[in-house]
Design a protein around this ligand. Structure first.
Ligand code: PLP
Length: 424
């Protein structure tokens, strides 16, 4: 693939002209005169997502409470319907996925279900030291709730290079004292994508429950949870799924666990057809829906419908293929144009495309923060800084172009050539 690239502007234009997903860009609202490379933090609004949101607002306007049962897509089943729609993206059956809650809340709900340290000498949770902080905060609080000390019971697999986690070290640590493994599918800073199949298989062999936080991979990487034997997973909808700020999250529960008691019960997890009997005897739905807690968050779920339909129309395999090509092109240009003196940018993301998700970490040892600010202020490029030294760029298959990547690399060159970062 690398051999198909060169550093000319014409190469970028040619890549765009041959891009079969290029037609999706016009279905998004791209902020004016902006190169938006931050879709891994907040995806952009599509016309489809706007449309499904406005439809639900109309339903509320016209139906009031009757919307729960009488709207086109009854609100009462909205979480289930969206879960079924998302299931093919993660290789699950329709009843194994539900749109509900938010990422961290779903983490709490699933860990409350799967972390049972009192059962035997298995008391520890494995995570890793490059995790997104909310996962660590939540796991520590879960351990404390059981009367245990996180210092002793949360095992963070160390990173050898500060960027990546060695999968073998995770597997080696799966000893008899481990009660649960919770890992991110992709690291938020370097973009390393774990071999979920390999690690899940190792956990299954040792009978350790394993869950994945897939916030940084669903919508850009295909998943096969059922086939891999994943116990549970959860992810947000507002990054690669483009469903809006703070949008409703998703959770996956392998059907072999449907009989388990939900750790954080609530009335929306009740057996669907008996929920309004209002019995005080809690009986959860034998599906991922049993893990709902509160009333379905309809307005924050509505954009997901349009946005998921767009992702499904494009096809997750096509999205992954283009995403890999976009990130490979970016790596190629950084290597060719920006890795030498005086630029000194380094790639902080695994170079093997199978080992990375949808973004690239470009490291600059001393000026990363000011470079991100300068890109934004001077060139209207939206990226983000991740301490200590990462400029994070996410070219999104559905709405970014190769030419935008080419331009951003030229801007980075100018920023260093002319010391522009020192002006911000
Ligand atoms: C974005 C992200 C979250 C966000 O959590 P919220 O509860 O939705 O705010 C959690 N975990 C990971 C790995 C993320 O990338």
């Amino acid at each position: 693939m690398i051999t198909t690239f060169n550093t000319s502007e014409q190469c970028a234009l040619d890549l765009d002209s041959k891009d079969s997903l290029a037609k999706f860009r016009k279905r998004f609202y791209i902020p004016q005169d902006t190169i938006y490379l931050d879709g891994n933090s907040l995806g952009l609004l599509s016309k489809e997502a706007e449309h499904s949101l406005l439809r639900v607002i109309d339903e509320w306007k016209e139906l009031g409470i009757l919307g729960w049962f009488k709207s086109d897509k009854s609100w009462f089943y909205f979480g289930e319907d969206l879960g079924a729609l998302a299931a093919p993206l993660v290789g699950a059956e329709p009843t194994e996925v539900i749109a509900t809650g938010t990422t961290t809340v779903n983490l709490h709900s699933l860990v409350s279900t799967f972390y049972n340290p009192k059962d035997d000498k298995r008391t520890k949770i494995i995570a890793d030291e490059l995790d997104f902080p909310t996962d660590i905060y939540a796991l520590e609080s879960q351990i404390k709730l059981r009367g245990l000390n996180p210092k002793d019971h949360l095992v963070l697999i160390p990173s050898e290079d500060g960027r990546t986690i060695d999968e073998e070290r995770v597997i080696e640590r799966m000893k008899d004292d481990v009660a649960l493994i919770l890992l991110p599918s992709a690291l938020y800073r370097s973009g390393q994508l774990f071999d979920m199949e390999l690690i899940t298989k190792a956990a299954n062999e040792r009978r350790i429950p394993i869950g994945w936080d897939c916030s940084h991979s669903v919508g850009v990487v295909p998943h096969r949870f059922d086939e891999w034997g994943v116990d549970f997973a959860f992810w947000c909808s507002y990054k690669y799924l483009n469903s809006g700020p703070g949008g409703t999250g998703f959770l996956y529960l392998n059907k072999k666990h449907f009989e388990k008691e939900p750790g954080l019960a609530g009335w929306f997890g009740y057996e669907k057809d008996k929920q309004f009997d209002m019995s005080l005897d809690f009986r959860h739905a034998k599906s991922a829906g049993g893990w709902q807690i509160s009333s379905s968050n309809i307005l924050c779920s509505a954009p997901i419908e349009g946005s998921l339909n767009l992702t499904l129309e494009a096809g997750i395999d096509n999205i992954r293929r283009k995403s890999v090509k976009l990130t490979s092109y970016l790596i190629y240009l950084v290597d060719e144009v920006l890795s030498i003196e005086p630029y000194n940018f380094k790639i902080g993301t695994p170079r093997n495309p199978e080992k990375r998700s949808g973004h690239i970490a470009i490291e600059h040892d001393t000026e990363a923060q000011r470079i991100v600010d300068c890109l934004n202020i001077k060139y209207n490029v939206i990226s983000d800084f991740r301490p200590p030294s990462v400029v994070r760029l996410a070219p999104i298959a559905l709405y970014n172009t190769y030419h935008e990547i080419w331009l951003v690399v030229q801007y980075l060159k100018k920023i260093i050539d002319n010391n522009e970062y020192s002006e911000v």
